[in-house]
Design a binder for this molecule. Structure first.
Ligand SMILES: Nc1ncnc2c1ncn2[C@@H]1O[C@H](COP(=O)(O)OP(=O)(O)OP(=O)(O)O)[C@@H](O)[C@H]1O
Length: 460
């Protein structure tokens, strides 16, 4: 079975129901949840469907033949590794679950009385698969197969931001981009430009906080020859240089008050006057402004002109801090790891769970830039196939760790019981199902472990 990947269409869920219609009610429930579902009942149908189409998730209830399950898993995982497989069985045992998960199954669980009980697991599998698909796309980006750099993030907040960017980019209005340092304000500004009608023209960025009023005026508006000592030639400013394009004024909150008046005038008149000159030069520039400050508060404190604020604040984009979208951290880690492993020509395949856990528990005052720098450093220091805790700075070595499983949902955290169930399975898998060793690692006695396995339907 070799689906043609280039042409294969993709659908959400394939339900393989080969065990006496035990999943008969599931397709309807999934469709009600808004998913695209294909329902097959025989081996031949399964083969034919998988050869024509890729699925994000395959849910299979098979008869109790291990070989059959293993074949299905192998075929799916070797053809489309990003497809997640959920296996359902009338008598799920820990042994079988551990084996299936070692072979790459997303989950192996007992057949529930009500098929609707499977929906949450299927949605989680779908999220994981979409993450894998996004990573594949990112790999294409890294290999230069796509021209447009991607704004990474699939958390609810980032998805909402991407929708807002797509909506406001073509409108040609002024946009105020607010967010802490390193949250990607300049990146968003570039995206607004690329998605606008001005994309064929120039994009320039000026740090409005890095100059005093005089130097900034010179930078923005240019100067006439002889305007001041050293001005030997006439020089155009960035407003003229970006004519018909987009200009980002970064750190607008730091702009000296005197300059704010001049900027307001440019926005009203749509002309600039070079320093030392009198001619009003028409400029057609889309202005974007970025700041890490709460400009409204700056207005209240008298540090920012209210009239300029109203001019800039036609549309405001708020970029969430990284700690507000912890569920994006695994994606960033994969992306930066691959980026730096490629550029430093290192054969690094991933990072230990505890590294991801430590990163997810970190508050990241420097946001994405800080994470990017940490991963770059770790890749430089890494001498083996995976990034380990010792490749992070000292402060991370004894820091609290968040389970990478605990933040897999987009909306927030998983119920405690689900985190416990996954952790127990992960520990059992890592010790090849040795229950005594697993109980010791978990810090509980064997009887407690046994009771927990019973409770989660994973009885030995
Ligand atoms: N969503 C994202 N996807 C990919 N890379 C990102 C994203 N957000 C930030 N980055 C990366 O993080 C770094 C910082 O981004 P950027 O310079 O745009 O932040 P900023 O908010 O403008 O920072 P500052 O306020 O300090 O100027 C860059 O290397 C950028 O590529």
């Amino acid at each position: 079975m070799q689906p043609n990947k280039d042409n294969a269409a993709r659908s959400d869920v394939l339900v393989v129901d080969k065990d006496k219609d035990s999943l008969a009610g599931l397709p309807a429930v999934l469709r009600e949840a808004g998913l695209q579902v294909t329902h097959v009942k025989s081996h031949d149908e399964t083969r034919a469907t998988l050869s024509q189409m890729d699925f994000s998730v395959v849910v299979a209830a098979l008869e109790e033949h291990h070989a059959q399950k293993q074949t299905l898993l192998k075929v799916i995982k070797s053809n489309t590794p990003e497809t997640e497989v959920v296996l359902v069985s009338r008598s799920a045992t820990v042994d079988a679950a551990v084996r299936a998960m070692q072979m790459g199954a997303f989950h192996y669980l007992p057949l529930p009385e009500n098929p609707a009980d499977l929906v949450i697991v299927i949605q989680k599998a779908l999220e994981k698969s979409l993450l894998q698909q996004e990573l594949l796309e990112l790999r294409h980006v890294l290999r230069g197969q796509q021209a447009m750099p991607m704004l990474i993030g699939k958390s609810t907040k980032m998805q909402a931001l991407k929708r807002e960017i797509a909506r406001v980019a073509p409108l040609d209005c002024t946009v105020l981009i607010q967010g802490e340092t390193g949250t990607g304000k300049e990146m968003v500004a570039k995206m607004l430009h690329r998605l606008s009608l001005r994309s064929g023209k120039r994009f320039l960025a000026v740090n409005a906080g890095a100059f005093n009023a005089e130097l900034l005026a010179n930078e923005l508006f240019g100067h006439e020859q002889g305007a001041y000592t050293g001005a030997q030639r006439t020089k155009a400013g960035v407003f003229e240089a970006t004519h018909q394009g987009t200009l980002l004024l970064d750190e607008i909150g730091e702009m000296p008050l005197g300059m704010q008046v001049q900027l307001l005038r440019v926005l009203q008149e749509r002309t600039v006057v070079r320093v030392g000159g009198t001619e009003e030069i028409p400029v057609d520039v889309r202005l974007l402004a970025a700041t890490h400050r709460d400009i409204e508060r700056e207005v209240e404190r008298g540090r920012f002109r209210q009239d300029l604020f109203y001019r800039l604040n036609v549309f405001t984009l708020h970029l969430p801090a990284l700690r507000e979208r912890v569920d994006d951290i695994p994606l960033f880690c994969h992306y930066f790891l691959e980026k730096f492993a490629t550029s430093f020509k290192k054969d690094i395949t991933g990072m230990e769970d505890e590294v991801l856990g430590a990163l997810m528990a970190h508050p990241f005052p420097g946001n994405v830039r800080e994470l990017e720098n940490l991963i770059e450093r770790a890749v430089v220091l890494c001498d083996g196939p995976t990034i380990q805790l010792r490749h992070l700075p000292q402060e991370f070595h004894n820091a609290p760790v968040m389970s990478p499983h605990a933040a897999q949902t987009d909306e927030g955290l998983l119920p405690l019981a689900e985190v416990e169930r996954r952790h127990i399975l992960a520990v059992l898998t890592s010790v090849q199902d040795n229950k005594g060793q697993a109980a010791r690692i978990l810090g509980i006695d064997r009887a407690t472990l046994w009771r927990k396995l019973q409770r989660y339907g994973l009885e030995a």
